[in-house]
Ligand binder design. Structure first.
Ligand SMILES: [Zn+2]
Length: 453
């Protein structure tokens, strides 16, 4: 993964102390990411772009799944799943205006200027022969007026071309290529109302709006580019399902071969979108599975006077700053709020010894440990263990104690279901890292547990 661009500097003014303590939290959010999936390093490339507008989750989630779940075995695909990442994270079409109207002319002072220059360079790369720009469009495009939702002014369920022909370019017979893809995809769509059509915007014939778009920039430079629209009438995972069908039809036509880690069905697509949410902070001192996480995690150990560095399991997951809180966002979705407690960090400890259900095991900080009934953290001289939600009178260090699920207050769990808990390690007042223990879900225990707190 190549990271482009500038870091988002978030100045958070925290009025924690009388006087003025100003903390600068810098979260390392890339402007966009490029994922080269290559089986033929010298060969032609299909460039696939999602998220040029931040409020079209079908397109950017489809591109994200391409980046994380597809393995290319022949040919090359470059995926940009998050071209307008700051807008995606804020669920805005464009926080600096519509990015897909900035390809004809643009003031160098425009906040998107740098991104536009970089994407133009990628489009013009000699190896790039085919460009797909994924969108979510209103209603259903129909060549003739049927009703308010189905008519020529709508965009959903269409493959967009700017003109019939593009001279000598490979895939330059735009109309025929699009018709073939649509015919192929429609064989797999049982409901006739959901089938695709080709929409020609006739951009060169005086369509001033479309003349400002990415695909028209590509066309003007002899590159075959198509807009792909999934209807906003569908739920996100259904849009993604349709997008992937269209993308695969294009890849088939271009001779690109691939394997994917799931079966292409709307249900499996949904599972993949919801199931890949792992976040690792500060060089893996902390690792959290964000599926079913609580809406907020309190007293969260954040490194003071330092940038917040993270690695995410997929390109739509990020930590962004906001007021006194750090928000974890996944595309357009809110995941959780980290309520910071600031610490200096200590990097002298990487592994810890734990007894899990009676068996001694070494675990790395940043990991998750599966527990059936009980765990115990072996004491480490000079370090202190803090099990969040656990209390033992007179003990500040919670090592060398057998801990069961019922010993921990449920409201401190990481997950909403109450099975995952933070075990934190400190050296003096410095934070060393965290292990998450995950108790196995037990129907009986779950039913009999009394609510805590
Ligand atoms: Zn769009």
């Amino acid at each position: 993964m190549m990271r482009h661009g500038f870091r988002l500097l978030l100045l958070l003014c925290l009025g924690l102390l009388p006087g003025s303590l100003v903390l600068a939290i810098q979260t390392e959010v890339p402007r966009f990411t490029l994922h080269p999936l290559e089986a033929d390093p010298e060969g032609d490339v299909v460039l696939i772009i999602g998220g040029i507008q931040g409020d079209e989750p079908g397109g950017f989630n489809a591109a994200s799944l391409l980046a994380t779940e597809y393995h290319i075995t022949r040919g090359n695909v470059w995926v940009i799943p998050n071209l307008n990442f700051p807008s995606i994270l804020r669920r805005s079409r464009g926080i600096n205006g519509d990015m897909n109207r900035k390809f004809l002319s643009l003031d160098a002072r425009d906040p998107d200027f740098e991104v536009i220059q970089r994407i133009k360079q990628l489009i013009l790369d000699k190896r790039v022969k085919l460009i797909l720009n994924l969108h979510d469009g209103s209603g259903f495009y129909a060549p003739r007026y049927i009703d308010r939702q189905r008519n020529p002014a709508r965009w959903g369920q269409s493959v967009i071309i700017d003109q019939e022909q593009l001279g000598e370019a490979e895939f330059g017979d735009l109309s025929r290529v699009a018709q073939r893809v649509v015919a192929d995809v429609n064989t797999r769509i049982a409901d006739t109302a959901h089938r695709y059509h080709v929409k020609n915007t006739r951009t060169g014939e005086g369509n001033h709006e479309m003349a400002k778009t990415l695909t028209w920039f590509a066309s003007r430079h002899g590159k075959a580019a198509f807009g792909i629209e999934a209807s906003k009438q569908f739920l996100t995972h259904e849009r993604v399902y349709y997008h992937l069908n269209v993308v695969e039809a294009f890849l088939d036509l271009a001779g690109v071969e691939y394997e994917r880690g799931f079966e292409l069905s709307a249900a499996q697509v949904r599972e993949r979108i919801d199931g890949n949410l792992h976040l690792s902070l500060y060089d893996h001192r902390i690792g959290l599975d964000m599926r079913n996480v609580r809406r907020r995690l309190g007293f969260f150990p954040i490194k003071q006077n330092a940038p917040l560095t993270f690695r995410a399991s997929n390109p739509l997951l990020a930590v962004v700053g906001s007021g006194r809180q750090l928000k974890v966002r996944y595309g357009n979705r809110h995941v959780t709020v980290l309520q910071p407690q600031y610490f200096d960090y200590d990097s002298s400890l990487d592994e810890v010894l734990m007894e899990i259900d009676g068996v001694s095991q070494v675990h790395s900080l940043g990991g998750t440990v599966e527990v059936e009934d009980e765990f115990r953290v072996a004491a480490i001289e000079g370090y202190r263990v803090n099990i969040i939600g656990f209390r033992r009178a007179g003990r500040r260090d919670e090592s060398d104690i057998d801990v069961r699920l019922r010993d921990i207050q449920r409201r401190f769990s990481v997950d909403r279901a109450g099975y995952m808990y933070r075990v934190e390690f400190y050296r003096g007042e410095r934070f060393c890292g965290m292990v998450v223990v995950r108790f196995r879900e037990k129907a009986v225990e779950r039913g009999s547990r009394k609510p805590n707190g």
